[in-house]
Design a binder for this molecule. Sequence first.
Ligand code: AMP
Length: 488
Amino acid sequence: MTTFADLGLSDNVLRAVSDAGYESPTPIQAKAIPPVLMNKDILGCAQTGTGKTASFTLPMIDILSQGRGRARMPRSVILEPTRELAAQVAENFETYGKYCKLEMALLIGGVSFTEQEQKITRGVDVLIATPGRLMDHCERGKVILTDTKILVIDEADRMLDMGFIPDVEHIVSLMPRFRQTLMFSATMPKEIRRLADKFLDSPKEITVAPPATTADTIEQSAIPVSPRGKRRKLTELLRVEDVSNALVFCNRKRDVATLYRSLEKDGFKAGALHGDMDQYKRMEWLAKFRDGEINVLVCSDVAARGLDIPSVSHVFNYDVPNHSEDYVHRVGRTGRAGRKGKSVTLVTENDDKQIAEIEKLIGRKINLEKPAESDTAEAPESPAATAQPVEAGDDKAPSTKKGRAKKSRSRRPAEAAPREAGEETSKEPTGDKKPAANDEGRRSVKPREPRGARSSNRRGERVPPDVPPEELNKPFGETDLVPAFLRR
Ligand code: AMP
């Protein structure tokens, strides 16, 4: 069996890998690390969960260990579609690069980045960024890409879904032609192939099997409930199931907030994560969940993909997802790395068609449990039932089946699955620019209040446990809320 030592990595990196507790390389690491160390281009067809991040970060650390970044000219650039993924890759660099002296900066939206800009001005070896934010910095002359030796385009198909490809093409056009390019994508649609042909030079193609998606390690079931009986059922399940920690997925952001509050009131150690929250809050909740300070995280689909949350014992689909693929991503948050996991989906009579589609996609039947009479009887108090008034453009919770059916028929697919606001928009607002359209673009876009001035969100709902405003008003690098990897 291949070991990390066989792959040609330096002692410093091997030591960090061993500290991380990895015993042997995953297939993508075994296949990608040697050619990356030989400065070859890579086209990797791999999902998150396969160990792909280390497959490019480990050899990059070794390559970049020689030489130094020049002012405003990063030596390598990693493009990620979302802030969370970018922050996660930065954490990886921190973990694996702890015995090497590399300067790293993270350019993502949603937070003040004075300190990151200062780092870039001094010179960084690795710049991890989302496309919109990087474009802004390039346009303002803060970042110059003409010294880029290595470019990583991660999650290319997701960049495509999110409309980032024009930005990516522009960013690449600012880089030197002779560079090493590593591109990763979970799927290879035509457009991604076209980009690969354009950006990569005789790449080594590597395909690895997806990790356990809805695999045998995950016990999947569905429970019929009435739309108004969902909250009660969930609470009951959280109490009777052997839940060490759980993600609870809602389709709508406002339901995330409402359900979170309700669970907290019921005494659960709960948190919430959705795209309307500011970056600090999102990172804080994630850290609390990882550290076990809370064990129930109510979230929207922003948490379903890519995020590395180890050892989740349960996934609850409070709502059946609108898109079947989201089911796979949500359920894939449990049963990772061969561990056992359980997913439970609450199904109402309106969800039959969607469940059939999911079953078609995953190629198996989801075990539908027999309903308890009390579960299908109408009972008050679901978040949808107790939800706040709905903003224009938001999904109104229809009160009748007929209304719901009509609504779902009339909805265009793009509206049915709005992009999370936390995911980068093609051009993020900076300075005098207008806010770009994201899923909030469907509403009238009000200027954001200064961070920290809010103890409630724009709908007047209280945002969960508040960070002191003075903390939020501090520059990103000076507050204790900044994750450790940014406090170097
Ligand atoms: P990724 O696909 O990069 O998101 O990685 C998924 C998870 O696998 C992360 O929690 C990594 O820390 C973990 N991981 C990466 N490489 C290895 C390895 N060789 N052995 C065990 N775990 C790993």
